[in-house]
Design a protein around this ligand. Structure first.
Ligand SMILES: Cc1cc2nc3c(=O)[nH]c(=O)nc-3n(C[C@H](O)[C@H](O)[C@H](O)COP(=O)(O)OP(=O)(O)OC[C@H]3O[C@@H](n4cnc5c(N)ncnc54)[C@H](O)[C@@H]3O)c2cc1C
Length: 438
């Protein structure tokens, strides 16, 4: 394409689309019909394509959003009338070294794990679901059942290559360009477009042993969970609230890594274990629940307040409002979460409470109703000192975001001024209201 004036579409090595079908696809997300349609979609071949698109967006005064697999359930990847960078075209996983691997931001964690396991290595923290992109989870945090010991995925990033909102390509790390490194991890796509990441690797176990136990009472399940968090003998600790005919029952899952070959007695090989949610996804797909909107709400609760809060929320939760979805409880430890923009309550012991709803029927009106319920749940959560895990479908105002970032807000504003002063990136979430940051 021609570049004869500042507002012509840029020349790129990858693909640039402006047709209605591509633009509609770039607006569609797992959350449903919240996002709005862009006018240009770039599938980049490399950083230079992205830099050119950023310069074009600046010349034409357009918003920019970056997306991976589009599993966001809020307005994270919305760029109304603007440009969307679809990172799935940059999905290379580099050579695996003993302690790290460089990967393109559009690579799925599944591909990273497959490559790493060939060398007996694995990232220290994995989300339960492996088909999100590296850029997608690093923009959020990336929490797994091992996080209470190992922190989030953002805690295991060694270096990042980023194109900022001014179109500069910058390599950053704890030692180099630290403000950008700290802004981009958990940055919700607000400060730059991650091109590639060097991810830490550790030796992978050969096998794991999974033990589950059932509880009729939330309190009994949470006491047992807390006991296992305290002695930290299991690599993974997590729980789920399971809907039954008479309300919820609770299942605690404990996972221990083993180094030898897979034995009988309940052990499975590690590669099978890390892909354990594939069966759940297949079941959702079979039931038609993968394509409906997913108005999820996820809050991080101080563990000491968790039982009363979650019990009340589960009592209030109507079967129809969960729509056959899942309720997950994942322990976290504040001292293991180091990224400054990962916002968690003050307490050391925390619990991530995920209400992973399906909108049934899958209409925009139903999704909007459930998102309103999410707002009410979010406010009740704030009242007990919880924070939002921002993979949620809940409408936040700029004041809500200011409260969310708390004492980090001045750093958010400073990073926005420095790395995206025209406020082009990630406008959908209204973190700074689409105007100059204040
Ligand atoms: C079935 C399922 C299970 C899940 N399980 C977990 C779990 O166990 N733990 C957990 O923590 N999360 C979990 N999630 C949430 C998931 O990690 C996030 O929604 C993640 O952001 C999705 O990645 P994506 O590639 O789809 O990103 P998208 O939805 O495309 O984007 C999400 C956000 O990341 C930003 N972004 C994407 N790529 C880049 C980039 N290259 N540079 C800068 N910003 C970027 C976007 O702008 C947006 O703000 C799950 C989601 C699903 C659908």
């Amino acid at each position: 394409m021609a570049t004869n004036d500042r507002t012509s579409l840029p020349d790129v090595q990858g693909a640039l689309r402006t047709d209605a079908e591509a633009c509609a696809r770039a607006a569609a997300t797992f959350g449903g019909p919240l996002a709005s349609t862009p006018s240009v979609v770039l599938s980049p071949a490399g950083a230079l394509d992205i830099q050119r698109l950023v310069h074009y967006a600046r010349a034409c005064d357009l918003p920019i959003a970056v997306r991976g697999q589009g599993h966001a359930v809020g307005r994270h990847v919305a760029a109304p009338g603007g440009v969307v960078v679809d990172m799935r075209s940059m999905a290379r996983v580099g050579g695996v070294e003993a302690n790290s691997v460089w990967v393109d931001a559009g690579a799925r964690w599944r591909d990273v794990v497959t490559a790493a396991l060939r060398h007996g290595r694995v990232p220290p923290t994995l989300t339960g679901y492996l088909d999100a992109t590296v850029g997608g989870t690093l923009a959020i945090a990336g929490i797994g059942a091992e996080s209470y010991r190992t922190g989030a995925q953002v805690d295991h990033v060694l270096e990042l290559d980023v194109v900022t909102g001014t179109g500069e390509l910058v390599r950053c790390s704890p030692e180099r360009e630290r403000p950008l490194f700290d802004a981009v991890r958990c940055g919700l796509g607000q400060f730059g477009i991650v091109i590639a990441a060097r991810i830490a690797l550790v030796p992978a176990p050969r096998a794991v042993q999974v033990t589950t136990s059932r509880f009729g009472e939330l309190g009994a399940c949470l006491s047992e969970l807390a006991r296992h968090v305290a002695d930290a003998r299991y690599e993974h600790v997590s729980a789920a609230a399971l809907e039954g005919p008479d309300g919820f029952a609770f299942e605690l899952s404990l996972v221990r890594y083993a180094q030898g070959e897979v034995r009988g007695d309940g052990e499975v090989d590690f590669a099978t274990f890390v892909a354990r949610t594939d069966a759940v996804v297949a079941e959702f797909q079979r039931a038609g629940m993968w394509t409906v909107p997913h108005p999820w709400i996820d809050v991080i609760v101080p563990a000491g307040r968790a039982e009363a809060f979650i019990a009340a929320e589960l009592t209030a939760l109507q079967r129809a409002d969960l729509g056959g979805g899942l309720v997950l409880l994942t322990p976290l430890a504040r001292s293991r979460l180091h990224a400054p923009l990962c916002r968690v309550p003050e307490a050391e012991q925390l619990l991530l409470f995920d209400v992973l709803r399906n909108a049934v029927p899958g209409t925009p009106a139903r999704a909007a109703d459930l998102a309103r319920d999410n707002r009410a749940l979010y406010e009740r959560a704030l009242a007990i000192g919880a924070t939002l895990y921002p993979i949620s479908a809940v409408e936040l105002t700029p004041d809500d975001w200011r409260r969310h970032y708390g004492e980090r807000w001045p750093e958010v504003v400073a990073a926005k001024r420095r790395f995206d002063p025209e406020h082009r990136l990630g406008r959908g979430l209204r973190i700074t209201d689409g105007t100059a940051p204040t």
